[in-house]
Design a protein around this ligand. Structure first.
Ligand SMILES: [Zn+2]
Length: 396
């Protein structure tokens, strides 16, 4: 069951492919100047909401979403969408807590040519975590804040448009979380201020003026394969849902190459020595802990020089060699499409106010491979593609 993707989940952001050059009206700094004027008008109640500016609010890391769309092939299949709103609606949300619209709250996400050829649309993100109350205007539109992980599971990976929306939401969440964890200068301790339309920050101390760039935390993730290329090493962490097995992974230490990190992590966690290391692909992962706004998963095949497993119980619950046939069965049994449709239906119900606060991770667990003795993470994770590439001996 190979699943062919154009890009991993969270990669392939349609807004990030080419940032407009300085001077272009949709470039970060020109768009910010226009936004300042619009905010001034909005705050003076002369409101002329700019149709070419769209805003995506986040509350505690959750993007605003709705589920009004349906898939082209099957109208009974709900499809989630991001809850893009206009400036007047942003103001309505902020006013709940007496906050006034301020251009420093907005982070530039990029621009795209409008569908109706009405010029470029510029997209922005805003964190409204301080405003806890529900907003009647948004409930009426059937918008609600949904965990990004839930949207990830609910995304039909064959739908390029929704995959693009997921990538935009991932980039926006990473930038907003980075703003939250970089409020103060690490050099002198003064407050930092956003510059370049929120895509960079700078220390406000005029003697310091240190620039701070969005943070990315690289992680190596590897499928360890035996010398005969017959068996793969899969592991379990205690935080995994029952019966799920996946690749080994670990953070890169300063002063270490990617290949060295693959070898060290495999040795530390399983006692297996790795020789050749071959790059596969990489995936942005903006759904990790909020202290790490965006991890970059860098995927490898790692060929083992030894077979004996010595599991570090601090790091892993278990690690075992699995035959290609067993891994193939795990991929076949897992009902990824069913899990995706169930999650999409739940997002639909949440947005319509039917279900609130559901635990999607346990739902996903039940849905995934009910009959299988083990299962592999879904197609939203690079681990799935490393494993299925090996099983099917394909490049992606
Ligand atoms: Zn400073």
């Amino acid at each position: 069951m190979p699943i062919n993707l154009q890009a991993h989940a969270f990669a392939g952001n349609p807004l990030r492919s080419k940032t407009p050059k300085p001077g272009d009206p949709s470039s970060p700094n020109s768009a910010l100047e226009t936004l300042k004027t619009l905010i001034l008008e909005e705050n003076n109640h002369s409101g002329s909401s700019q149709k070419n500016f769209k805003f995506l609010p986040f509350r505690k890391g959750r993007p605003l979403a709705c589920s009004s769309g349906v898939s082209c092939e099957d109208s009974s299949k709900p499809v989630w969408q991001l809850g893009w709103i206009n400036l007047a609606d942003c103001k309505a949300i902020l006013e709940k807590s007496g906050t006034i619209l301020n251009e420093d709250s907005f982070v530039y996400l990029g621009s795209e040519l409008a569908d109706d050829d009405g010029g470029d649309v510029v997209y922005w993100a805003i964190d409204v975590s301080g405003e806890d109350g529900s907003v009647p205007e948004l409930i009426k539109k059937q918008f609600c804040f949904v965990e990004l992980r839930t949207l990830m599971v609910a995304t039909d990976w064959a739908d390029v448009r929704v995959m693009g929306q997921l990538a935009i939401a991932g980039n926006a969440r990473a930038l907003l979380e980075w703003h939250n964890v970089s409020r103060f200068c690490g050099h002198c301790g003064e407050r930092t201020i956003p510059i370049d339309a929120g895509r960079r920050k700078q220390c406000s101390n005029q003697q310091c003026k240190k620039r701070i760039y969005p943070r990315v935390d690289p992680v190596v993730i590897m499928l360890v394969i035996d010398r005969e290329n017959d068996r793969a090493l899969l592991s379990r962490q205690s935080r995994y849902v029952p019966r799920m097995w996946s690749c080994l992974a670990g953070f890169i230490e300063p002063g270490e190459s990617l290949e060295e990190a693959v070898r060290r992590e495999t040795w530390e966690e399983t006692g297996i020595e790795v020789g050749e290391v071959i790059y596969h692909s990489s995936q942005p992962w903006p759904v990790g802990p909020s202290s790490m706004p965006c991890q970059l998963m860098v995927g490898f095949f790692a060929y083992a020089k030894s077979l004996e497993i010595n599991v570090d119980k601090e790091e892993l619950e278990d690690a075992q060699w699995h035959s290609r046939e067993d891994v193939k069965n795990a991929l076949t049994f897992a009902e990824y499409e069913k899990a995706q449709r169930t999650a999409a239906a739940k997002v639909d119900q949440m947005c319509k106010g039917v279900e609130k606060g559901l635990n999607f991770s346990s739902d996903f667990n039940v849905e995934s491979g009910e009959l299988a003795p083990m299962f592999i993470p879904g197609p939203f994770a690079i681990a799935h593609h490393l494993i299925s590439s090996w099983v099917n001996q394909t490049a992606f």
